[in-house]
Design a protein around this ligand. Structure first.
Ligand code: DQA
Length: 153
């Protein structure tokens, strides 16, 4: 029997700048800090963490395809995904999630609904299992926990 043991956390453009980019909006945690908190949560739940960030849409699509195939192989439970600004522009990321049937929890550190109107629409939300918005970097922890709960039902 193969045990399902993995969870992906994918981060889109500019999230490598966390900690220095608009700390009044995104806080002072760096991306390595976020990886560490995700690893703690995954370990607590008995999951291996695969953590990536890219500024390139195609790279994110490749990781979605990889994660989707690994879900189908029973190796991974799904992906936490903060698509950054691609949230508001990318039909290609929408199609990748839809096409692979990857269970995704969409995360935004900031409350995009309290910000500029161009951040109010998400191409990802219609193909996500759920969204966590505006709870800071703690949203990543909550999203891993949510994917884990979903995988048990
Ligand atoms: C973000 C919100 C997006 O609108 C923005 O482009 C980001 C970060 C967030 O985590 O709050 O890069 O996804």
């Amino acid at each position: 029997m193969i045990l399902v043991t993995g969870v992906y956390v994918l981060n889109g453009p500019n999230l490598n700048l966390l900690g220095t980019r608009r700390p009044e909006v995104y806080g002072t945690m760096t991306l390595p800090d976020v990886e560490e908190l995700c690893r703690e949560e995954a370990t607590r739940l008995g999951l291996d963490l695969v953590f990536h960030q890219s500024n390139h849409e195609g790279r994110l699509i490749d990781w979605i395809h990889e994660a989707g195939a690994r879900v189908k192989a029973g190796e991974v439970i799904g992906a936490v995904f903060n698509p950054g600004a691609y949230t508001h522009t990318s039909i290609a990321l929408h199609d990748a999630i839809e096409g692979t049937e990857l269970p995704v929890v969409e995360v935004h550190i900031s409350n995009v609904h309290r910000r500029e109107s161009f951040r109010h629409h998400s191409y990802i939300s219609p193909v996500a299992r759920g969204t966590i918005v505006g709870l800071g970097t703690d949203g990543y922890r909550l999203a891993i926990d949510a994917l884990h709960r979903m995988s048990l039902t």
